[in-house]
Design a binder for this molecule. Sequence first.
Ligand SMILES: CC(C)(COP(=O)(O)OP(=O)(O)OC[C@H]1O[C@@H](n2cnc3c(N)ncnc32)[C@H](O)[C@@H]1OP(=O)(O)O)[C@@H](O)C(=O)NCCC(=O)NCCS
Length: 150
Amino acid sequence: MMLGLELRKAVTADLPDIHAIEIESFADDAWDFEVFASILTESDVQFMVACLDNVVVGYYVLSFKSSERAKIGAFAVKSSHRRTGIAKLMMENILLTCSNNSRENIMLEVKAANNPAISLYSSFDFVIESHEKDYYGEGMDGYIMWRRMK
Ligand SMILES: CC(C)(COP(=O)(O)OP(=O)(O)OC[C@H]1O[C@@H](n2cnc3c(N)ncnc32)[C@H](O)[C@@H]1OP(=O)(O)O)[C@@H](O)C(=O)NCCC(=O)NCCS
Protein backbone atom coordinates (compact mmCIF):
# COMPACT_ATOMS: atom_id res chain seq x y z
CA MET A 1 0.00 0.00 0.00
CA MET A 2 1.08 3.56 -0.71
CA LEU A 3 2.84 5.25 2.21
CA GLY A 4 0.52 7.72 3.96
CA LEU A 5 -2.64 6.26 2.39
CA GLU A 6 -5.39 5.16 4.75
CA LEU A 7 -9.09 4.39 4.68
CA ARG A 8 -11.36 5.61 7.44
CA LYS A 9 -15.01 6.41 8.09
CA ALA A 10 -16.21 9.67 6.57
CA VAL A 11 -17.12 12.44 9.02
CA THR A 12 -18.95 15.77 8.61
CA ALA A 13 -15.68 17.70 8.23
CA ASP A 14 -14.86 15.62 5.11
CA LEU A 15 -18.01 16.63 3.23
CA PRO A 16 -16.58 19.70 1.39
CA ASP A 17 -13.65 17.62 0.05
CA ILE A 18 -15.94 14.73 -0.86
CA HIS A 19 -18.34 17.02 -2.66
CA ALA A 20 -15.51 18.74 -4.57
CA ILE A 21 -14.35 15.33 -5.86
CA GLU A 22 -17.95 14.44 -6.73
CA ILE A 23 -18.33 17.64 -8.80
CA GLU A 24 -15.04 17.25 -10.68
CA SER A 25 -15.96 13.61 -11.36
CA PHE A 26 -19.62 13.87 -12.36
CA ALA A 27 -20.25 17.56 -13.22
CA ASP A 28 -23.97 18.08 -13.85
CA ASP A 29 -24.80 14.60 -12.57
CA ALA A 30 -23.05 15.15 -9.22
CA TRP A 31 -25.01 14.39 -6.08
CA ASP A 32 -25.86 17.40 -3.95
CA PHE A 33 -23.87 18.16 -0.81
CA GLU A 34 -27.00 17.42 1.25
CA VAL A 35 -27.20 13.90 -0.16
CA PHE A 36 -23.76 13.09 1.27
CA ALA A 37 -24.67 14.79 4.57
CA SER A 38 -27.75 12.62 4.86
CA ILE A 39 -25.81 9.43 4.02
CA LEU A 40 -23.63 10.15 7.06
CA THR A 41 -26.72 9.73 9.23
CA GLU A 42 -27.88 6.46 7.66
CA SER A 43 -27.47 3.05 9.19
CA ASP A 44 -26.64 -0.01 7.09
CA VAL A 45 -24.23 2.09 5.06
CA GLN A 46 -20.45 2.16 5.03
CA PHE A 47 -19.28 5.64 3.96
CA MET A 48 -15.49 5.74 3.73
CA VAL A 49 -12.82 8.16 2.64
CA ALA A 50 -9.34 7.41 1.35
CA CYS A 51 -6.83 9.89 2.76
CA LEU A 52 -3.30 10.54 1.58
CA ASP A 53 -1.29 12.34 4.23
CA ASN A 54 -4.62 13.26 5.85
CA VAL A 55 -6.04 14.81 2.67
CA VAL A 56 -9.21 13.25 1.25
CA VAL A 57 -8.41 11.73 -2.16
CA GLY A 58 -11.35 9.35 -2.61
CA TYR A 59 -14.59 8.08 -1.15
CA TYR A 60 -17.17 5.39 -1.50
CA VAL A 61 -20.61 4.52 -0.20
CA LEU A 62 -21.50 0.88 0.29
CA SER A 63 -25.09 0.06 1.21
CA PHE A 64 -26.25 -3.00 3.12
CA LYS A 65 -29.93 -2.07 3.11
CA SER A 66 -30.88 -5.24 1.28
CA SER A 67 -30.10 -8.53 2.99
CA GLU A 68 -29.65 -10.09 -0.44
CA ARG A 69 -26.80 -8.02 -1.71
CA ALA A 70 -24.58 -5.00 -1.12
CA LYS A 71 -24.68 -2.00 -3.43
CA ILE A 72 -21.86 0.39 -4.28
CA GLY A 73 -23.75 3.69 -4.43
CA ALA A 74 -20.90 6.14 -4.86
CA PHE A 75 -17.25 5.70 -5.77
CA ALA A 76 -14.68 8.27 -6.93
CA VAL A 77 -11.02 9.26 -6.69
CA LYS A 78 -9.67 12.83 -6.90
CA SER A 79 -8.59 13.42 -10.49
CA SER A 80 -5.05 14.51 -9.52
CA HIS A 81 -4.52 11.17 -7.76
CA ARG A 82 -5.96 8.68 -10.25
CA ARG A 83 -4.03 5.69 -11.58
CA THR A 84 -2.09 5.32 -8.35
CA GLY A 85 -4.04 2.41 -6.89
CA ILE A 86 -6.47 4.31 -4.63
CA ALA A 87 -9.58 2.80 -6.23
CA LYS A 88 -7.98 -0.62 -5.98
CA LEU A 89 -7.48 -0.14 -2.23
CA MET A 90 -11.08 1.06 -1.81
CA MET A 91 -12.39 -1.92 -3.80
CA GLU A 92 -10.33 -4.37 -1.74
CA ASN A 93 -11.89 -2.87 1.39
CA ILE A 94 -15.37 -3.19 -0.10
CA LEU A 95 -14.82 -6.88 -0.79
CA LEU A 96 -13.49 -7.44 2.72
CA THR A 97 -16.43 -5.57 4.29
CA CYS A 98 -18.94 -7.52 2.20
CA SER A 99 -17.33 -10.77 3.20
CA ASN A 100 -17.43 -9.74 6.90
CA ASN A 101 -21.12 -8.85 6.54
CA SER A 102 -22.05 -12.04 4.69
CA ARG A 103 -22.94 -10.24 1.49
CA GLU A 104 -21.60 -12.48 -1.24
CA ASN A 105 -23.31 -10.56 -4.02
CA ILE A 106 -22.45 -6.95 -4.81
CA MET A 107 -24.00 -4.74 -7.48
CA LEU A 108 -23.50 -1.27 -8.92
CA GLU A 109 -24.67 0.99 -11.74
CA VAL A 110 -22.22 2.59 -14.15
CA LYS A 111 -22.42 4.68 -17.29
CA ALA A 112 -21.78 2.52 -20.33
CA ALA A 113 -19.25 5.11 -21.56
CA ASN A 114 -17.23 5.07 -18.32
CA ASN A 115 -14.36 2.87 -19.45
CA PRO A 116 -12.02 3.54 -16.49
CA ALA A 117 -14.69 2.46 -13.99
CA ILE A 118 -15.80 -0.54 -16.06
CA SER A 119 -12.16 -1.68 -16.36
CA LEU A 120 -11.73 -1.31 -12.61
CA TYR A 121 -14.87 -3.27 -11.77
CA SER A 122 -14.11 -5.96 -14.36
CA SER A 123 -10.67 -6.44 -12.82
CA PHE A 124 -12.49 -7.24 -9.55
CA ASP A 125 -14.72 -9.83 -11.30
CA PHE A 126 -17.80 -7.67 -11.69
CA VAL A 127 -19.75 -8.67 -14.80
CA ILE A 128 -22.19 -6.61 -16.87
CA GLU A 129 -25.57 -8.31 -16.36
CA SER A 130 -27.85 -5.76 -17.94
CA HIS A 131 -27.65 -2.89 -20.37
CA GLU A 132 -30.15 -0.12 -19.61
CA LYS A 133 -30.90 2.20 -22.51
CA ASP A 134 -30.96 5.95 -21.67
CA TYR A 135 -30.52 5.06 -17.99
CA TYR A 136 -28.69 8.34 -17.30
CA GLY A 137 -30.71 10.43 -19.77
CA GLU A 138 -31.12 10.43 -23.50
CA GLY A 139 -28.17 8.79 -25.25
CA MET A 140 -26.51 7.83 -21.96
CA ASP A 141 -26.89 4.12 -21.39
CA GLY A 142 -26.09 2.37 -18.15
CA TYR A 143 -24.80 -1.02 -17.14
CA ILE A 144 -25.77 -2.95 -14.04
CA MET A 145 -22.72 -4.91 -12.92
CA TRP A 146 -22.70 -7.75 -10.39
CA ARG A 147 -20.08 -9.67 -8.53
CA ARG A 148 -21.74 -12.89 -7.42
CA MET A 149 -20.61 -15.67 -5.19
CA LYS A 150 -18.96 -18.36 -7.27
C1 LIG B 1 -12.79 4.93 -11.99
C2 LIG B 1 -11.89 5.51 -10.92
C3 LIG B 1 -12.58 5.41 -9.58
C4 LIG B 1 -10.57 4.71 -10.88
O1 LIG B 1 -9.79 5.21 -9.79
P1 LIG B 1 -8.18 5.08 -9.75
O2 LIG B 1 -7.75 5.34 -8.35
O3 LIG B 1 -7.59 5.92 -10.80
O4 LIG B 1 -7.96 3.54 -10.09
P2 LIG B 1 -6.65 2.65 -9.72
O5 LIG B 1 -5.41 3.47 -9.92
O6 LIG B 1 -6.83 2.01 -8.40
O7 LIG B 1 -6.72 1.55 -10.88
C5 LIG B 1 -7.16 0.22 -10.63
C6 LIG B 1 -7.50 -0.43 -11.97
O8 LIG B 1 -8.66 0.18 -12.55
C7 LIG B 1 -8.52 0.22 -13.98
N1 LIG B 1 -8.45 1.62 -14.43
C8 LIG B 1 -8.42 2.72 -13.64
N2 LIG B 1 -8.38 3.83 -14.40
C9 LIG B 1 -8.39 3.42 -15.69
C10 LIG B 1 -8.37 4.10 -16.94
N3 LIG B 1 -8.31 5.45 -17.01
N4 LIG B 1 -8.40 3.38 -18.07
C11 LIG B 1 -8.46 2.04 -18.02
N5 LIG B 1 -8.45 1.31 -16.86
C12 LIG B 1 -8.45 2.01 -15.71
C13 LIG B 1 -7.25 -0.52 -14.29
O9 LIG B 1 -7.56 -1.90 -14.40
C14 LIG B 1 -6.44 -0.25 -13.02
O10 LIG B 1 -5.40 -1.17 -12.81
P3 LIG B 1 -3.93 -0.81 -13.40
O11 LIG B 1 -3.60 0.60 -12.99
O12 LIG B 1 -3.07 -1.84 -12.76
O13 LIG B 1 -4.06 -0.94 -14.88
C15 LIG B 1 -11.52 6.99 -11.23
O14 LIG B 1 -11.13 7.09 -12.59
C16 LIG B 1 -12.65 7.98 -10.97
O15 LIG B 1 -12.82 8.44 -9.85
N6 LIG B 1 -13.41 8.33 -12.02
C17 LIG B 1 -14.48 9.32 -11.88
C18 LIG B 1 -15.58 8.82 -10.98
C19 LIG B 1 -16.20 7.55 -11.49
O16 LIG B 1 -16.37 7.35 -12.68
N7 LIG B 1 -16.57 6.68 -10.54
C20 LIG B 1 -17.23 5.43 -10.83
C21 LIG B 1 -18.70 5.67 -10.95
S1 LIG B 1 -19.59 4.16 -11.24
